[in-house]
Design a protein around this ligand. Sequence first.
Ligand code: ZN
Length: 199
Amino acid sequence: MKVKQNLRVRIDADSMERINHWTDIAAGEWSCLGSVSDEILVGDVRLMDQVCSAASTELSQEALATFLVTHPQPELVRAWIHSHGRLGVFWSQQDEACIEGLANDTYLVSIVVNKKREWKARIDVWQPFRLTFDDLPLEIRLPDQNLRGECERLFNAHVVEMAPVLMPDWRGGKQLPQQQGQPYRGGWPDFDDDLADWR
Ligand SMILES: [Zn+2]
């Protein structure tokens, strides 16, 4: 389907780091739930009480109910993440059953990882049709440290951008708006593509 081409799952760096640590710490499987914003950005991953083995992680209805009751925004909990430990990443029958058990009226993001830092991501939808979009790209969103202002200040303090040196009659006499070789702060002139190499 065409819609799949633009679909992707994003996860914030903090959540990905937690998932990686829990995957390293666990002897085998484990699972957690995360919140998903409307831009399909997974965040705020939280462990719930669970009993795991090398090859299974069980999401009990009781633990899930407790998790949601104590969660500040249960309506945003739309991500299920689990690890296969040392095994490969795939959707087992148990995983499929777990995903069905988490059915909701919006969508569910599922991510499976392992100790080799492999992963697989999918989105399941139940309304108005039952659809599964599997093998979606997973992008890690790095935190925006709000450094734009500081970067602009430092750039202007340290960097002088020189205009390219051109012959006066180059391209039919196109002139630069300042003397050749002088610092230029007005942004680059709009050159044709074949002149871009001169920058
Ligand atoms: Zn699994």
